[in-house]
Design a protein around this ligand. Structure first.
Ligand SMILES: [Fe+2]
Length: 290
């Protein structure tokens, strides 16, 4: 006999009938999730006294999201991000102890086949923007280097665009790369300063945001996905302190611990010894995995 989620209000005859049928689901996890989801959605319908035209509009909204979803773009992820659900799922499923790097959402632009580059290489590959040198270590919470870590990074250029948004050529990706850490857990790469950018507003997300908050920007950030067999993998961002929109990220992804200084420098020697003839910036950040 399956249990149903607790609720203060007695279930209606309709809800009771629906729950009884879904309680026959064999997969126990799916049964738990579906019984809870159905219960909460029925409560939502009763609480809001939603009308049939409103419900039809909601179904049309989802269809509009589906129409633009495909390789390189998932409008449902963007919608999940925009109401804080992506971050809520991470908080519930990946709790981190104090001192560990916090996760944040993966966003719509990750590619799992970015080029592998050597430590210290330039991943910009033609991306426009001020030069940026990023370095740090991947460690566990005891301070031990994660020596098998692969650091995936991907980012926007100074127009706020990702390569997948700009006549994308899979054979010539830019602003992304994979770096294998050394035996001290060190990683480093050259790239360009990322900039704030608006969430894609041409489909369902745009309809929602225009009708509600009118907040649709993401502050400047670098994306990281760290793969390893020695610790729990990590997906996160590093945000540029002082970036416009840092307090109103459309995706609710900013955490204070993930804001770092992108330090500006006049022409001169970079940390890796490169003689820079132009202004540049540096970022130093250690990732602490659990
Ligand atoms: Fe991003």
């Amino acid at each position: 006999m399956a249990t149903t989620p607790s609720s203060d209000a007695p279930a209606s005859p309709l809800l009771s009938e629906v729950l009884a049928r879904f309680a026959t689901t064999d997969n126990p996890r799916l049964r738990t999730v579906m019984l809870s989801l159905i219960t909460h959605l029925h409560a939502f319908v009763h609480e809001t006294a939603i009308t049939w035209p409103e419900w039809e509009a909601a179904m049309g909204f989802l269809a509009k999201a589906a129409a633009v979803t495909g390789p390189g773009r998932n409008e449902f992820i963007a919608l999940s991000d925009s109401i804080g659900l992506s971050m809520a799922v991470l908080a519930a499923s990946q709790p981190k102890p104090p001192g560990a790097t916090e996760p944040t959402l993966i966003g719509p632009f990750f590619l799992d086949d970015a080029p592998t580059v050597a430590i210290g290489a330039d991943i910009a590959n033609g991306a426009s923007g001020q030069k940026l040198y990023v370095s740090g270590r991947v460690l566990n919470t005891a301070g031990t280097p994660i020596t098998d870590a692969i650091v995936n990074v991907w980012q926007s250029d100074d127009r706020g665009l990702y390569d997948v948004q700009d006549n994308f050529d899979p054979a010539n990706m830019w602003g992304r790369g994979r770096i294998r850490c050394d035996d001290q857990g060190r990683y480093a790469f050259w790239s360009v300063m990322p900039t704030a950018y608006p969430a894609p507003m041409d489909a369902a997300l745009g309809d929602l945001i225009r009708a509600t908050t009118n907040r649709y920007w993401r502050p400047a950030h670098l994306h990281f996905a760290i793969q390893t067999q020695m610790a729990a993998p990590l997906v996160t961002h590093i945000f540029a302190r002082g970036s416009q929109y840092i307090d109103e990220d459309v995706a609710f992804g900013v955490r204070p611990s993930l804001i770092a200084d992108f330090v500006p420098h006049r022409p001169g020697l970079a940390p890796d010894g490169t003689a820079m003839a132009e202004d540049f910036a540096t970022l130093s950040y250690d990732f602490i995995l659990t």
